[in-house]
Ligand binder design. Structure first.
Ligand code: FNR
Length: 346
């Protein structure tokens, strides 16, 4: 029913082998965090998971004031997905879906603004599973294959998926093989089952078995518990026998984990993060959430408590001496015609 465009020359297409990747994380993987991960050395950055129908009810808008492309929810005007030229060749949009045709419609909307599209097949949350999305797709292999095949043959950018392992290693390899035959460019494998939680060990040998059986790149995931510095990312790569690795929590806590030269002090990372939040007019409550996840127990310190009281991006910036910068940029944006937004952070 849909027109199948010729795929782009392979040389322009994102290559997933030998890469270090920012994993998809809801609320964490918005534009400022993705840009900072790239600055620190990540090769590919995944967006947070966006549910297909949210993207389907959004429209694309070129934002000349910020230099971004925005997908705006037509019902309430919120930004569903914001991206920019800097990440055009590195950003992978992750979709939550349970339906091939909806996935394809989303793919056609975003294919020219992103480097790749990923399907979430690992999320164990009730919201996803009830809707037939996330890890539910692994229990419905025909549906999963149909989503991937429809998308991979219908969009011009590469398509991938991110899965969890099954309790049995052979079954895991078989499912991944079947998914790999749909035309996807790579597969991300989180080494925990749908019932395992972050405190459980990661089944690195399951990931290794998948990597040995598949000819497409396998992206190892789930190693953050043992990732305290850049070298640990390399160790995880070796332990899983994968050429690419994807890091979530270790990057959520301190995204300078991607620096070959070593971690930066948290205050430096937060300042850079807030500067990018200001430059891209990020939603204040989203920036607050991300900084909270960086501070963790430091929220209990006197400065942490001041931060927790902050209600606007400017007030958050004030804690790191960036209030003047924030005010100045927001005034510039307003003068250039960007609608002022006075939002209150929870
Ligand atoms: C996640 N994870 C996740 N996975 C996914 O496919 N789509 C998503 O939107 C999210 N969202 C998300 C938010 C937050 C705050 C966390 C901590 C995690 C799972 C994540 O990508 C990864 O699979 C796991 O965290 C395991 O990898 P690490 O953390 O050990 O590197």
């Amino acid at each position: 029913p849909h027109e199948v465009k010729p795929v782009k020359a392979t040389s322009d297409r994102l290559n997933y082998s030998g890469k270090t990747i920012l994993a998809p994380m809801v609320r964490v993987g918005t534009l400022p965090m993705r840009l900072l991960a790239l600055e620190f050395g990540a090769d590919i950055v995944y967006s947070e998971e966006l549910i297909d129908w949210k993207l389907l009810r959004s429209f694309r808008r070129v934002n000349d004031v910020l230099g971004t492309i925005d997908f705006v929810d037509e019902t309430d005007g919120t930004i569903v997905f914001r991206t920019c030229a800097r990440e055009r060749n590195n950003v992978v949009l992750q979709i939550g879906t349970s339906d091939p045709e909806r996935a394809l419609k989303v793919g056609k909307i975003v294919e020219n603004d992103v480097a790749g599209i990923d399907i979430n097949m690992g999320c164990p949350k009730e919201f996803s599973v009830k809707g037939g999305m996330g890890v539910a797709l692994m229990a419905d292999l025909e549906k999963a294959k149909s989503v991937l095949h429809t998308l991979a043959s219908g969009v011009s950018c590469p398509v991938t998926c991110k899965v969890r392992v099954l309790p049995d290693v052979e079954a895991t390899v078989e499912v991944c093989k079947a998914l790999a035959e749909t035309g996807i460019a790579a597969i991300g494998v989180h080494g925990r089952t749908r019932d395992e939680r972050p405190q459980h060990g990661n089944r690195n040998h399951y990931i290794r078995a998948v990597a040995e059986a598949l000819s497409i790149p396998v992206i190892a995931n789930g190693g953050s518990k043992e990732i305290l510095c850049f070298e640990d990312i390399e160790k995880f790569r070796t332990d899983t026998g994968c050429s690419s690795v994807m890091v979530a929590r270790a990057a959520e806590w301190n995204v300078s984990i991607f620096r070959k030269e070593g971690l930066l002090p948290l205050d430096d990372v937060i300042k850079k993060y807030l500067t990018l939040s200001v430059d891209y007019d990020n939603n204040g409550s989203n920036s607050k959430y991300c900084v909270q996840n960086m501070l963790r127990e430091l929220q209990e310190t006197p400065r942490g408590k001041v931060f927790l009281e902050a209600q606007t991006l400017e007030q958050i910036c004030a804690v790191w001496d960036l209030a003047d910068y924030c005010r100045k940029r927001q005034l510039e944006f307003k003068a250039a015609g960007l609608l002022g937004r006075r939002e209150i952070c929870p």
